[in-house]
Design a protein around this ligand. Structure first.
Ligand code: SF4
Length: 139
């Protein structure tokens, strides 16, 4: 899972979420995840996704990903996770996972990437895999 952008406000943010969800009864998903691509550099036998890598709609566009993030933000979701396939293989034109994580970190308390771990963790933020690093491309 990769860090957040509003670190000083996370407690307030979660308190606000709690009030809206528990006190006001709003149906807000705390966490949402979506698949960026079915492509994967591995081919695990039990996995259906890599077999669908050439299907229509097996790959989300940048515009659709931003639209999905906007919709989740509107609903009040606090945590998003990008999945695959292998999300580090996702790219749409000049846009890549690094840029998508940067965008998401502006709007969500936490941003996570579910990866098979075979690529360098080149995304902004802190990596919670027992090591801490910050990508060189961070602003
Ligand atoms: S690494 Fe994950 S996405 Fe890739 S083939 Fe294996 S289970 Fe499927």
């Amino acid at each position: 899972m990769f860090g957040n952008i509003r670190r000083p406000f996370w407690a307030f943010d979660l308190f606000d979420f709690y009030i809206r969800r528990k006190v006001l009864g709003r149906k807000i998903p705390l966490l949402a995840s979506f698949k960026l691509t079915y492509r994967c550099n591995l081919s695990c036998s039990a996995c259906p996704f890599h077999r669908r890598a050439t299907d229509d709609h097996s790959h989300i566009t940048w515009d659709l990903a931003i639209e999905a993030l906007d919709a989740l933000k509107q609903r009040g979701t606090r945590i998003v996770a990008f999945e695959g396939g292998e999300p580090f293989l996702w790219q749409d034109g000049n846009h890549d996972l690094h840029e998508l994580v940067l965008h998401a970190r502006k709007h969500f308390l936490r941003v996570a990437v579910t990866t098979n771990g075979t690529f360098p963790l080149d995304v902004p933020g802190r990596c919670h895999l027992g090591q801490h690093r910050r990508a060189e491309r961070d602003p």
